[in-house]
Design a protein around this ligand. Structure first.
Ligand code: PLP
Length: 451
C-alpha cells in the first residue's frame, strides 16, 4: 500500500469519530455535565487529549480489561499510561491494601513493610539505600535536589524530548538553532529553563561531552531508553559513554526507571548492567496507590549526610506528609512480592513479542513503510521506516492524523492504546487472546484505509 492516502485517512477519521459519538452516549452526557464544575469536563488536564470527541468514562476494570459507562468492554494496553502496569485491581495488592485500610493509613512513622520494600528494591536495582515519595515527579525532583546539594552545582542535563513528570527543570527542549527553550505548552515556568538545564539529543555522545565539560552539571536525569517520544533505544556504547563522561566530569547519573520498569523486574539498570548513582521509580509500584521510590549509592548517602542535619530534616524541600505512608508501603510490598514478579515478566515479555509479531505481519502484508519497536513488555509501532535515534527525529516523524485514526479505530473496536503514541504495555493479567484481538483490530483498521 505504501504511504497512506490522505483523503482516505480523512474519510476514515470522520467515520470513526461519528461511530465513537454514536456508541458512547453515556460518556458524552457525563462529559457535558462534568463541564459544570470540572475544567474542560475532566479531573486532570491531559484527559482532554484522547482520540475521541470526548473521553470515555470508566465504570470498572479488572485484570487486562475495563468497562465503560456505556457497558463497552476494552482490552487495555494503555494501563493508565503505566500506572496500572500491574493490571487492574491485582488480587494480591488489593488484599494487602484492604488489610492496611483497617490498620491505619498514615502515621508519619515507619511500618515494618518499609524494610522489606527497601531490601527488595536493593536486590532488584543494586543500590543500597532507598526513600519513598508520593509520585515519580517528586522522586525526580528529590533526586535533582540531592544531586545539586551534594555536588554544589546548579544545572541538570536532560535529553531532548524527555518526560520525567511535572519537574520544572525538565520542561526544556532544543530549538532548531540548538538553544535550550521552554517546551511548547509549558504553563508558567518559574524561570527560563535555559538557566537550570542543558539539553542534548539522546545517543549524541559528542554533544553530551560538550555539555558536561564546563563542570557545572549536578546530574544527568535520563530514562535508560526514552519512552515518552516513542521508544528510543540506546545505541551500542551509548550507556558506557554516558557513565564514563558523567564520572569524568563529576556529574551524578540518575536513571528514571518509571517506564523502563517494563524491561524487567530491575528495569534497564539490571537488564543492561547499568551503574547509576540514583534510580527513581514510580507509577505502577503501588498497583495504582500513589507512591514512588528513589534509591542511591552509599557514596551519595554519605555525601548527603555530611551536608545535612537531623534538626533540619523537615525543611530541606525533600519528602512530604503522605510520603512513605503505611498504605503506600503495604501496596509496594505486595506489588513487588506478588504482582510484578520475575514470573510475571517471564509471561509479559513474550506477549509483547507476540504483539509486535502480529503488527509486523500486517505491515508486511500491506507493504507499509512502518516499523515495530519493543522494550521488554512495552511495544509500539511507528509510521516511519527508519527508527528515530533521538527526540528531535522522533518529533519530526510524528503523524498526528494517522495516530489519531489508529487510536480511534482501535478504541471503537474495543482496544485501548497508550495516548500520544501507538504504544502497548503488557500486564501480568494480559493474555494471548488480548494480544491477538489487537492484531485483528490493527489489520481491520489498516484495511479500512484501502477501501
Ligand atoms: C519516565 C517518567 N518519569 C516520571 C513520570 C512522572 O510520573 P507521575 O506523573 O506519576 O509523577 C512519568 C510520567 O509519565 C514518566 O513517564
Amino acid at each position: 500500500m505504501g504511504a497512506v492516502d490522505r483523503a482516505r485517512l480523512a474519510a476514515g477519521l470522520a467515520r470513526e469519530l461519528q461511530r465513537f459519538r454514536d456508541e458512547h452516549p453515556r460518556s458524552r452526557a457525563l462529559h457535558e455535565r462534568a463541564r459544570a464544575h470540572l475544567h474542560d469536563g475532566v479531573p486532570m488536564s491531559w484527559m482532554v487529549r484522547w482520540a475521541g470527541a470526548f473521553p470515555i468514562f470508566v465504570d470498572r476494570g479488572e485484570g487486562s480489561r475495563f468497562t465503560d459507562v456505556d457497558g463497552r468492554e476494552y482490552v487495555d494496553f494503555c494501563l493508565g499510561d503505566t500506572g496500572a502496569m500491574t493490571g487492574h485491581a491485582p488480587a494480591a495488592a488489593v488484599a494487602a491494601i484492604k488489610a492496611q485500610l483497617d490498620r491505619g493509613l498514615t502515621f508519619m512513622l515507619p511500618t515494618g513493610d518499609a524494610l522489606e520494600v527497601a531490601a527488595e528494591l536493593s536486590r532488584r536495582f543494586g543500590l543500597p539505600f532507598w526513600q519513598v515519595a508520593t509520585t515519580a515527579t517528586d522522586a525526580n525532583r528529590f533526586a535533582i535536589r540531592i544531586a545539586r546539594h551534594v555536588t554544589g552545582r546548579p544545572r541538570i542535563l536532560v535529553f531532548n524530548g524527555c518526560y520525567h513528570g511535572t519537574v520544572d527543570e525538565t520542561f526544556a527542549t532544543l530549538a532548531p538553532d540548538g538553544r535550550v527553550v521552554a517546551r511548547a505548552g509549558n504553563v508558567g515556568p518559574p524561570v527560563d529553563p535555559s538557566v537550570t538545564t542543558r539539553v542534548v539529543e539522546f545517543n549524541d555522545v559528542a554533544a553530551l561531552e560538550r555539555a558536561l565539560a564546563p563542570g557545572d552539571v549536578a546530574c544527568v536525569l535520563a530514562e535508560p531508553a526514552m519512552t515518552n517520544v516513542g521508544i528510543i533505544l540506546p545505541e551500542p556504547g551509548f550507556h558506557a559513554a554516558l557513565r564514563e563522561l558523567t564520572r569524568e566530569h563529576g556529574t551524578l547519573l540518575v536513571a528514571d526507571e518509571t517506564h523502563t520498569l517494563c524491561a524487567g523486574p530491575g528495569g534497564c539498570t539490571r537488564a543492561w548492567g547499568l551503574q547509576p548513582d540514583l534510580v527513581t521509580v514510580g507509577k505502577p509500584i503501588g498497583s495504582g496507590i500513589p507512591v514512588a521510590v528513589y534509591g542511591f549509592t552509599g557514596e551519595v548517602a554519605d555525601r548527603w549526610r555530611a551536608r545535612s542535619s537531623v534538626e533540619l530534616a523537615d525543611t530541606g524541600g525533600i519528602g512530604g506528609t503522605l510520603a512513605g505512608s503505611a498504605l503506600a508501603l503495604a501496596a509496594v510490598k505486595a506489588t513487588l512480592t506478588s504482582v510484578l514478579t520475575e514470573e510475571a515478566y517471564a509471561r509479559m515479555i513474550p506477549l509483547a513479542e507476540r504483539f509486535g509479531a502480529g503488527v509486523e505481519a500486517v505491515i508486511d502484508d500491506e507493504e507499509l513503510p512502518w516499523i515495530v519497536k519493543r522494550l521488554g513488555a512495552r511495544v509500539e509501532y511507528w509510521f516511519s521506516e527508519v527508527p528515530p535515534r533521538n527526540g528531535g527525529e522522533a518529533a519530526a516523524a510524528m503523524d498526528a492524523d494517522l495516530d489519531r485514526y489508529m487510536h480511534l479505530a482501535a478504541l471503537n473496536r474495543g482496544v485501548l492504546m497508550t495516548p500520544f503514541h501507538a504504544m502497548a504495555l503488557m500486564s501480568p493479567a494480559t493474555t494471548a487472546a488480548d494480544v491477538d484481538r489487537h492484531a485483528a483490530v490493527f489489520r481491520e483498521s489498516v484495511e479500512a484505509l484501502r477501501s
